[in-house]
Write a new protein. Structure first.
Length: 386
């Protein structure tokens, strides 16, 4: 009801002026709608996720306002400098590469030291002292790798929380724009479903998939260290469960959201036709003008809705930029470490690093999957038309 009242307050003066013959062409109506809606949406987003949006986008924009972004996108302009964004992302990625390279060099140094120890005592009996030294080197490598994996999974959890916070704010706002476009049935049908799917996805990522990755990584360390206690098949099962679980979640979500929107779009089209027919034929004198004004306002509102959706996708991209680049850099360094040290280091250490790299790859997949789901949500809402 609150959304309907806000839209009514914005649209009513435009409808009345058009119906009674004031000289408001489509461009003037669109400009007035842009100003009213952009201000309304900025207030709604700022109340729920203003700080998150500001912190995520500011490093790439050099200062901005939500209202300015919506207005510029609606007018067909690019609100950000692509060259500056690319430069900032490149600097961030190489900075993460340098940070990850420090861990890589530490692991390589320990592996080389272990290899020297092995060569030094190759002609002697390898007693308890050598085994203790080997275990110490293995534990050092495992500690560095585990710390990086834990940092990556923590980054995934924080990024998922930030995405969920943003979606809780942007979904109702875009649905408000849908109502202004005449898609009342779609908005009513999608709002509880999309918010529920968002919460379920976040809960599964944090409560099921992240713990599974941590369990698999821990078993990988034990599996690499022990010659007798092997859990290779269990690790493969856990990794496969995470991979296929994300795929099933994404598939079910996309199918459910698409079918829900298709089912409601037909009812919206019928409602719009009935509204135009009623205003044109049942309201004397100004019925035809009012019907044309309703259609013009709804078309302009559709432009604003699309602009709002594009802004949402951009914000999701910038929320994900830092954690994705950090995880990608760590994954690249771990794979490179395993490849470099395989000829010179002992098999347990290389296997440990490789298992940790698999865990980081799973973390990367989780982050990409949840971001794709949220982008699908916004895309489905953008594509709804009447």
């Amino acid at each position: 009801m609150k959304k309907l009242l806000l839209i009514f307050v914005i649209i009513l003066p435009l409808l009345c002026s058009a119906a009674f013959g004031e000289e408001n062409d489509a461009e003037n109506i669109q400009d007035e709608l842009l100003g009213g809606y952009a201000d309304l949406y900025e207030q709604q987003l700022a109340d729920g996720a203003g700080e998150l949006i500001q912190n995520s986008v500011s490093p790439y924009s050099g200062g901005f306002s939500i209202e300015e972004m919506i207005t510029r996108i609606a007018k067909g302009e690019i609100p950000l400098d692509a060259r500056s964004v690319g430069r900032e992302i490149a600097d961030m990625f190489f900075g993460r590469i340098r940070a990850a390279a420090k861990n890589m060099l530490g692991m390589i140094a320990v592996m080389v030291l272990s290899s020297f120890l092995s060569e030094a005592v190759s002609g002697f009996e390898q007693g308890g002292a050598f085994k203790i030294a080997s275990y110490v080197c293995f534990i050092a490598v495992a500690s560095i790798a585990s710390n990086v994996l834990y940092s990556s999974l923590t980054g995934v959890a924080v990024a998922v929380d930030n995405l969920a916070l943003f979606m809780r704010c942007i979904v109702p706002v875009i649905l408000t724009a849908l109502i202004s476009c005449g898609a009342v049935v779609s908005a009513a049908a999608l709002e509880p479903a999309l918010l529920a799917v968002t919460e379920i996805s976040v809960s599964l990522i944090k409560s099921v998939f992240i713990p599974l990755v941590m369990i698999g990584a821990g078993l990988g360390v034990v599996n690499a260290l022990s010659d007798n206690f092997k859990t290779t098949k269990l690790i493969e099962f856990i990794n496969s469960a995470v991979k296929h679980g994300l795929s099933v979640l994404l598939t079910i979500f996309a199918a459910f959201t698409g079918l829900r929107s298709i089912a409601a779009s037909g009812a919206d089209a019928l409602t719009l036709k009935l509204t135009k027919f009623a205003s044109s034929n049942l309201i004397p004198v100004v019925g035809g003008a009012l019907s044309d004004s309703i259609e013009a306002v709804m078309r302009c509102s559709a432009v604003i809705k699309n602009a709002l959706g594009i802004m949402g996708v951009l914000v999701i991209f910038f929320i994900l930029a830092q954690p994705v680049l950090e995880i990608a850099a760590a994954l690249l360094m771990f794979r490179l470490t395993a490849a470099i040290c395989e000829p010179i280091a002992g098999k347990p250490m290389v296997e440990c690093v490789s298992n940790m790299a698999d865990g980081i790859a799973a973390a990367f997949s989780m982050l990409v999957s949840v971001s794709v789901m949220f982008i699908i949500i916004i895309t489905v809402m953008i594509n709804i038309s009447v």
